[in-house]
Design a protein around this ligand. Structure first.
Ligand SMILES: *[C@@H]1O[C@H](CO)[C@@H](O)[C@H](O)[C@H]1NC(C)=O
Ligand SMILES: *[C@@H]1O[C@H](CO)[C@@H](O)[C@H](O)[C@H]1NC(C)=O
Ligand SMILES: *[C@@H]1O[C@H](CO)[C@@H](O)[C@H](O)[C@H]1NC(C)=O
Ligand SMILES: *[C@@H]1O[C@H](CO)[C@@H](O)[C@H](O)[C@H]1NC(C)=O
Length: 649
């Protein structure tokens, strides 16, 4: 005990030296935050119209020395109570016996010694006052034991804000005892640098205790059995350090439902210790402390609403906490890298994980947490990549369960997408599915290979390409050769192309018939007019080039001869390049269409047009055939002859 006293004495010294640093803004906060239970003004209309912080020019000092801020039958508010007018105040208050109408008393700027303050309290205690508020009580000197008479009171709630003890040497218990043993339901001692409070000496009626913004430590209410009716305990902004100690503090508070431990210095190292929380505790605020993952090993079993906002939690360990009743969990402003699962929280309905470090939250969340109605996951540094797609789809599937969508959900990485809402971030299915991408690429390659193979094998494209190249080369060479050479451009009336197997017919029938007749048709055969030193292809091209017409002797043999086909190709090529109608087709024997290879599509097209001369089997018809053929050749015969003679000149 003596050790404790010394300790408190030391703390009081500290409090004394720093009390005047407390600024007005702190008081403002108190008036708003702690006044929920004890509003300053109340329902009185008249009072609402009065300024709380009056100026002296508006309120004149009475001859008693205090300032009246409010004076109605139900409530009285006075300021500037000093040692010189405190006797008068006590005399005034003793008029309001129990049963009178005055309910609310507020005293502000009280500067009296301890004994005078106790006299005020004692008088109020036996009056009709139900709500007693004091604000800014200073100059408390000569603190000594006061025999307080707790009998017969109307008091329901006592609120003290900013009581600053200026006494240096006193017995702490003499001060705390007075308040600890008050048999009322509601008590607030806020912003008073209070370092301790005693356990009530007998069963207490306290249901609500608010010690906001003091210097209370882990020693508070340890082993205290007499707060069995306490339902709400607010210890926000104090100096608690051990979560285990806090839990053991609550262990004997059988009715405790709400505990606010926010803004303390709480830690929990996760050593194998039991945390004996009150079983009745349903709502626990542990926000703004220094708790890490181990906190999940020290939580009240029946908690329904839990805030761990602004701590240092990086992960919710699986299997550590089994909180069957937990409905609301606030993990905002921590260091979570992913969404927690619900394995330990089967009843979870609301989860807040805003402002954590989640780059790509997993999308399995709603599967593992089917009862969650609302997930608040905005303001995380989302990395907009393929992996995030699943999470974005999650929002669509969840049907509006993502709170703050879309505004609170923005890309943080990569840099180029920073600030883009997740809602507007799209990647194609292909870009994100490697398997699909590979299959597609493979299919495209196969298709290309197939196309090339088709062109090569079926349409003989490489050959055509080579030959076309040769054709243009020959033409080019011809253009650049000396002019004398060019005169030989047209030497023949016709070029004949035929299969070697049809050569008897050509030599015995065609050539004699054409060359012998009148007009003397000159024919170019590539074997006969062969120019040594040139390739076969070049010879063929030459022959075609030097002839007005090209005669093709079509037969099944012709179709099967590759060379003939190429000759036809060249002739056709010339036909197109010079736009003259120089092809003459002779059908020596009928060719069944199936016999023509598919790639000879030009031949097929020509055959289909039926613009060929058929070689008649009957002798009688042959005269007409020759006449026809000659006519076809000799359309240009005269002109050709003219040209021929010009050239030979
Ligand atoms: C007295 O104070 C209480 C609590 O602050 C309030 O509810 C009540 O309305 C007040 N009564 C009057 C008459 O101002
Ligand atoms: C309050 O007002 C009544 C009359 O309206 C007056 O008699 C009484 O002295 C006033 N009380 C104080 C403390 O000024
Ligand atoms: C208390 O005293 C301070 C400083 O003298 C003054 O500014 C303030 O208005 C007073 N408060 C009331 C309610 O009288
Ligand atoms: C508290 O009251 C004292 C006088 O009683 C006054 O000098 C001081 O300024 C007041 N402080 C505030 C914050 O109102």
């Amino acid at each position: 005990m003596s050790f404790l006293r010394k300790f408190f004495l030391y703390k009081c010294l500290f409090a004394l030296t720093c009390w005047n640093y407390v600024s007005l803004s702190v008081e403002d906060e108190l008036f708003t935050s702690a006044s929920n239970h004890f509003p300053e003004d109340g329902s009185n209309e008249k009072m609402n119209s009065l300024p709380l912080r009056y100026t002296k020019s508006h309120q004149s000092k009475t001859d008693s020395g205090w300032v009246v801020i409010q004076n109605t039958t139900e409530s009285l508010s006075l300021s500037e109570i000093t040692d010189s007018n405190v006797k008068k105040l006590v005399a005034l208050l003793s008029n309001f016996r129990q049963g009178s109408k005055l309910q609310n008393l507020t005293l502000t700027n009280v500067s009296v010694n301890w004994n005078a303050l106790m006299e005020i309290f004692q008088t109020v205690w036996h009056s009709s006052i139900e709500y007693f508020n004091t604000k800014n009580v200073t100059q408390l000197l000569n603190i000594k034991r006061y025999k307080f008479d707790y009998s017969g009171t109307s008091m329901k709630a006592l609120t003290m804000k900013k009581i600053i003890i200026t006494d240096l040497y006193f017995i702490q218990d003499d001060l705390y005892e007075i308040f600890a043993d008050m048999n009322i339901e509601d008590m607030t001692i806020a912003d008073s640098e209070m370092i301790h409070m005693l356990c009530p000496s007998s069963k207490s009626r306290f249901r609500y205790l608010n010690f906001l913004k003091n210097d209370l430590t882990d020693l508070l209410f340890q082993e205290c059995d007499n707060l069995h009716q306490l339902e709400t305990l607010i210890l926000k902004k104090n100096k608690f350090e051990s979560l285990v100690k806090v839990s053991s503090m609550t262990s004997r508070m059988k009715s405790l439902k709400y505990l606010d431990m926010s803004n303390n210095l709480l830690r929990h190292d996760g050593a194998e210790v039991q945390c004996p929380w009150a079983e009745s505790l349903a709502e626990l605020d542990l926000s703004s402390n220094q708790l890490a993952d181990a906190v999940f090993g020290c939580l009240p079993a029946n908690v329904r609403k839990l805030s761990l906002e602004n701590n240092q939690i990086s992960n919710v360990p699986r299997g550590m906490a089994e909180l069957q009743s937990l409905e609301e969990l606030n993990l905002a402003s921590n260091r979570l890298a992913d969404l927690p699962g619900c394995s330990g929280f089967p009843s979870l309905q609301f989860l807040n994980v805003e402002m954590n470090s989640m780059l790509t939250p997993s999308a399995e969340f709603f599967q593992s947490c089917p009862r969650v109605r609302e997930l608040q996951a905005g303001h995380n540094p989302f990395k907009c990549s393929c992996e995030l797609q699943a999470f974005i789809r999650l929002e669509r599937r969840s049907g509006g369960k993502l709170f703050g969508w879309p505004a609170a959900y923005e890309c943080e990485y990569p840099e180029s997408l920073r600030g883009t809402q997740l809602q507007d971030f799209h990647l194609s299915l292909l870009a994100c599915n490697t398997a699909l991408l590979l299959v597609t690429a493979l299919l495209l390659t196969l298709l290309l290979v197939a196309a090339v193979a088709f062109l090569c094998i079926y349409l003989d494209v490489p050959w055509y390409a080579r030959m076309t190249w040769q054709w243009t080369q020959t033409k080019r060479r011809a253009r650049h050769s000396p002019p004398g050479d060019q005169g030989s451009a047209l030497q023949f009336h016709a070029f004949i192309s035929y299969s070697e197997r049809d050569s008897p017919w050509v030599k015995n029938e065609l050539i004699p018939n054409l060359e012998k007749g009148e007009g003397c048709v000159q024919l170019c055969q590539h074997e006969r007019n062969f120019i040594p030193g040139k390739s076969i292809v070049e010879n063929i091209i030459n022959c075609i080039e030097k002839s007005y017409k090209s005669i093709f002797v079509l037969s099944p043999n012709f179709v099967q001869s590759e060379w003939c086909h190429y000759e036809l190709y060249f002739a056709h090529h010339k036909l197109f390049s010079e736009n003259s109608n120089s092809l003459i087709l002779i059908l020596l024997e009928p060719i069944p269409p199936y016999l023509i290879p598919a790639r000879y599509h030009k031949l097929k097209a020509l055959m289909a047009k039926r613009t060929y001369l058929e070689w008649p089997k009957e002798r009688s018809k042959r005269a007409l055939f020759w006449a026809n053929l000659r006519a076809a050749i000799s359309v240009n015969l005269l002109k050709a002859d003219a040209n021929l003679y010009e050239e030979t000149d």
